[in-house]
Design a protein around this ligand. Structure first.
Ligand code: ZN
Length: 101
């Protein structure tokens, strides 16, 4: 997956911006990194927004990527615990769906 890494500070994100929102001066550079990471935090969603209502209940997790300082918000296809190793399963309507390794 793509991450955008600042050239002058520690900032990294999965969404591209014109300038680094952290230091305000750096340029973000696209980098292709592994989708693999570990679960940083997660939440069970029982009351979902209308477009995801058919999926509820589901688990949304914040993943710390192994190869970048960026974290990415994903939907899990299985129950997870903090620290579990996970990777990208597929992309659905622009959303990352992850599974346990
Ligand atoms: Zn920066």
């Amino acid at each position: 997956m793509k991450v955008y890494q600042c050239d002058s500070c520690e900032y990294a994100s999965v969404s591209n911006k014109y300038r680094c929102p952290s230091c305000g001066t750096g340029q973000l550079h696209e980098q292709e990194v592994s989708s693999k990471g570990s679960v940083y935090s997660y939440t069970d969603i029982h009351i979902a927004p209308a477009e995801f209502a058919h999926l509820a209940p589901y688990i949304v997790a914040l993943i710390q990527l192994d190869d970048a300082r960026a974290k990415v918000t994903v939907r899990m296809n299985a129950e997870v615990s903090i620290g579990d190793i996970v990777e990208l399963d597929h992309v659905e309507n622009g959303a990352y769906v992850y599974r346990k390794c």
